[in-house]
Design a protein around this ligand. Structure first.
Ligand code: BES
Ligand code: MN
Ligand code: MN
Length: 453
């Protein structure tokens, strides 16, 4: 590790802990001031690290933090993307320590956002600081840190479209994904897209006594459960007509290649306390979470859920449903197919409303690009082994737009682990991972600059 990093390691961690104390939950308006305070924190840290033109760029939602260091327009430019917003921390009672009072325990930082994405985003600001202080920044860099990723990057598309000049560069670098393990580093080469909908099923026009009316009117909760259950068949294929029409099937060579990535089903089940895995027939667990589309209920509610019993047939039942998409499905296409199908299968005894939320398109990133090769070299130097390319199941909606609007590929240099429990209680990020990121990123800049010549 270079001297500047080892001498400043404790301060780097302390600064991250300071940022983690600000509850920047973008989904919940009650944290609005905190989200904005976090943007200001990021701005200040970029300035302190030595960035120029640092600015909070207003959008229709939360601001994008921009900063740059242009040392020579003739040199390549790396664009760094990350997000300073976090997922809600609920349910709070399942946290061993409060989500916004970070603690360091057994070599890990525990807090909401520790990994996703404050910890991983901050590695880039500190890596930049290291290069500035060591006089070793080999190329230009622009930072674009947003505050709405966890709510679908709803305003970032407009920002990108309106700032094409300022966002000129050669590659986008993002640390917002995970690796297979600390001994088996990996670089993410694909992200799934997303279609997210909310459904409302209405039965009778008011809640009813379940004895007086039970058996004679549609119970919207029962009906909703039946409708949802019918969305998968006995092979766990999704039954929405046309759902798989545009799905890109992988060749058997590509699937064999994927199967070579290290994966231990026994350990996977153990880590999640599962008796068995579950998924689409004919596909491995790795395939089910990367190259295949899915449909999952994320929340379902209605009726009486308080203490004790209440004999009632609810008037309404609700569910939130996500569909993860793969190339060449599109969010609009799948949302429309879902809506049509869900309305079609509703019996006449209920009314159904489908409300689309945000979406995002799937992406696959090349492994033969200069950027991927430079990233692979950097990981190999710091981890001692070549990283494995792995397609991931998660979504980062803006990545497809970077390609379509700016013509730029992204290189997904994640340093988290699946066991970091992002979006869950007790989210964590290893100090090892945080420091490895800060060490690896400058090497990427170096290789990318040299290899771009
Ligand atoms: N960092 C995640 C995405 C991710 C996690 C990708 C792990 C690969 C591996 C990101 O913050 C996220 O949670 N994205 C959301 C999408 C968004 C529209 C809410 C997701 O995937 O659910
Ligand atoms: Mn993230
Ligand atoms: Mn997330």
């Amino acid at each position: 590790m270079n001297q500047y990093i080892s001498e400043n390691q404790n301060r780097f961690v302390d600064e991250l802990l300071d940022m983690l104390r600000i509850p920047s939950v973008s989904a919940d308006a009650k944290f609005k001031q905190d989200v904005i305070r976090t943007a200001e924190f990021v701005k200040q840290k970029l300035e302190e690290a030595g960035a120029d033109q640092v600015e909070l760029c207003e959008t229709a939602g939360y601001p994008v933090v921009y900063g740059e260091k242009i040392i020579d327009p003739a040199l390549p430019t790396v664009l760094v993307y990350g997000h300073y917003d976090v997922q809600p921390a609920d349910p709070y009672e399942l946290w061993a320590s409060p989500p916004f009072e970070p603690v360091v325990k057994d070599g890990k930082i525990y807090a909401r956002g520790a990994c996703d994405d404050k910890g991983q985003m901050y590695m880039h600001i500190k890596a930049f600081e290291v290069m500035m202080r060591n006089n070793s920044l080999p190329c230009n860099v622009r930072f674009m840190i947003e505050g709405e990723e966890e709510i679908g990057s709803v305003n970032l598309g407009t920002f990108v479209k309106e700032n094409k000049e300022r966002l000129k560069g050669d590659v986008i670098v993002i640390s917002d994904t995970s690796m297979l393990g600390n001994e088996t580093p990996s670089i993410t080469t694909g992200l799934r897209g997303l279609s997210y909908v909310e459904v409302e099923v209405t039965g009778p026009n008011r809640d009813l006594h379940s004895g007086m009316y039970g058996g004679a009117v549609a119970n919207p909760i029962n009906i909703l459960c039946q409708m949802i259950a019918s969305l998968h068949d006995e092979n766990n294929h999704i039954t929405i007509p046309g759902f798989y029409d545009n799905v890109q099937e992988l060749s058997s060579e590509e699937r064999e290649e994927m199967a070579r990535a290290p994966f231990n089903l026994q350990k996977y089940k153990q880590a999640l306390d599962l008796g068995d895995v579950h998924g689409e027939a004919g596909y491995s667990t790795m395939e089910r979470t990367s190259i295949r589309p899915t449909l999952d209920v994320n929340g379902i509610w209605g009726g009486y859920t308080g203490e004790g019993a209440k004999t009632v047939i609810a008037s309404k039942a609700y569910a939130k449903i996500s569909m993860r998409l793969v190339p060449n499905q599109t969010a609009d296409e799948i949302t429309a197919k879902f809506q049509k199908h869900f309305e079609n299968i509703a019996p006449a005894s209920v009314k159904v409303v489908v409300k689309p939320h945000h979406g995002g398109e799937p992406v696959v990133t090349p492994t033969n690009s200069v950027a991927y090769q430079a990233a692979a070299k950097a990981y190999e130097a710091t981890f001692g082994v070549k990283p494995v390319p792995v397609r991931s199941g998660g979504s980062i909606p803006i990545v497809a737009m970077f390609k379509s609007e700016l013509g730029l590929d992204s290189v997904l240099m994640g340093f988290g682990l699946d066991s970091d429990a992002i979006h869950s209680p007790n989210e964590s990020f290893g100090l090892f991972n945080f420091m490895k990121g800060i060490e690896t990123i400058p090497l990427f800049y170096q290789h990318f600059t040299e290899m771009s010549r």
